[in-house]
Design a protein around this ligand. Sequence first.
Ligand code: PEP
Ligand code: MG
Length: 574
Amino acid sequence: MNFVLHGAPVSAGITIGYAHLVSSARLEVAQYEIAQTSIDAEVGRFDAALERVRGELREVTGNIPADAPAEFGAFVDLHRMILDDSTLSEVPRELIRAERCNAEWALVRQMEGLVAQFDSIEDPYLRERKADVQQVVERVLKALLGHPGPIPQSRDEQKLIVVAHDLSPADMILFKQHQFGGFVTDVGGVTSHTAILARSLGIPAIVGLHLARHMIRENDLLIVDGLQGVLIVAPDPAVLGEYQLRQSQLELERQKLRRLRSTPAITLDGAQIELLANIELPQDVEGVREAGAQGIGLFRTEFLFMNRRNLPSEDEQFEAYRTVVAAMRGLPVTIRTLDIGADKSLDGRAIEPMPNPALGLRAIRYCLAEPQIFLTQLRAILRASQFGRVRLLIPMLAHAHEIEQALALLRQAKASLADAHVAYDRGIEVGGMIEVPAAALALPMFTRRLNFLSLGTNDLIQYTLAIDRTDDAVAHLYDPLHPAVLHLVAHTIQSANRAGIAVAVCGEMAGDLALTRLLLGFGLRSFSMDPAQLLAVKERILRSSIAEMKPLAARVLRSTDGAKTREMLAKINA
Ligand code: PEP
Ligand code: MG
């Protein structure tokens, strides 16, 4: 049966390939009936998944570092016991036989029954063991559903399209090791970190498709139109032919853009624009160089801390930062300190569940609450600074005392290196992210204390409009063109320019072609974005005149009518 689903486009381009369903324990897994003749095979599949997880846990035990806390071993033992308990290892087998249902469904049903019992336990320690049961079940589901699972051997990865209910940023980092053709998910907003990572993979992706994971079967032929947010399942030959043609046209356009790699980004009226790249992992540097970026405007270091049970040591972080700094050969590398919390969680350190994680102990707040983690990172960044041009960027600042405390800890990190005669760049610049409305409205607090600013429009929009950027239920309200957002963005750029302090935009607005001219008109001269978007933005800059844009941008800023704003923007981009 062929059908079409609509979602939010995340990453431009068209891809045609075969569905590969992946899962995580948080989602409702699909239920399907097993033929009588296949029941033994399904039970065998379940047993094989349990065996695989037993092997994984044995491996984890074997790799526990000598200096790991004793609880860590105990925690792995607990997971092994949970796995082998008959409630998880036997009852689902019986369910498969009795109800002729798939192994995932049997396992999740059994887990839900167990979890409900935990909820009614008074003892908080025992109640918390619910999370252990869920984690063990998640491992088995991953083994069953191929997350990060075995990729079907006989097929070309580039032709596989990952179909998931939801993917965490940590999941996406694991997927970076593969070369899938595309990603589609049921939930998520276009500026969630999962979406940002999908974009950084440079492959078409769509989020917010609602029922894709439920409706699509493994191996279904799919067309992912990442430009329009359209997913076509089992297309007929005419539609397939049409999309193949559009796909080759897009490839031609991409090739043409590659010719601009070393062309300076200068507007028609001679203004020089800085184009920087955002990265998540050291391996992303290759894409940065291919795009001809003038430096790295945002290195989201928290991704080095994910998918692991321990924190990266100072040496390990230093190596990662040094690799990037050396590969950029003297071009600026803006390393942002740990922005953990909200949708980015650490596996290895339990952060207490927060009632509202986006408003909780996130980013600099977390680092100031955990000064040892922060100091370790600061030392690693400082040590890397002698291998090129490093700039330090602090996320989510809102208070003057947060800036002061961060700077005090930086002085402490410098002093400890100086005492040990370790070299670092004494002139290292320190910048702050403007991503909380309070920061944009109290800008002198920042311009007085810091060397540069970087506008994190993803969070600025989230916090200005009170919209969770990861929640597709409110994704339609996430609006970069809302007058309040535009005022904060324009005000920050103009105030920083007046104060003579460098300002860039590193949120997704910087890579949105529809906004390039508007931002130029607001006075922005430095953009930092995913390398995949950089050449298209450069092409737009080459065809833009700031003198023309300035009055038009001022008019957009005066508009209080959404429809008119969009009309004016269309004119600006004509
Ligand atoms: C932002 O908030 O715009 C930003 C660049 O930071 P992140 O997307 O990592 O929160
Ligand atoms: Mg942010």
